[in-house]
Design a protein around this ligand. Structure first.
Ligand code: FES
Length: 76
């Protein structure tokens, strides 16, 4: 993969796994606490990968996560 995956623990105890590939023009996103921001043109994405601020118009690629008592598995 050409981009890292960011894993967030959500308030309901579930997780999200998001490809850090900005859907505007492919810059690698940066983590800003509970959301992701693009250093190129300022797009922002929620911890569920939903666009919060343009110019990006599409949500991030996300992966399903499963867990057991000790592990988090990202289903690629
Ligand atoms: S590449 Fe991310 S906002 Fe343009």
């Amino acid at each position: 993969m050409n981009y890292p995956i960011c894993v967030f623990k959500l308030t309901d105890g579930t997780y999200s796994a998001l490809l850090m590939d900005c859907t505007h023009n492919g810059c690698e996103l940066q983590n800003q606490g509970n959301y992701l921001i693009c250093p190129c043109h300022g797009s922002e994405f929620s911890n569920k990968g939903v666009v919060q601020n343009p110019p990006a118009e599409s949500n991030l690629i996300s992966y399903t996560i499963t867990t057991d008592n000790e592990n988090i598995f990202i289903n690629l």
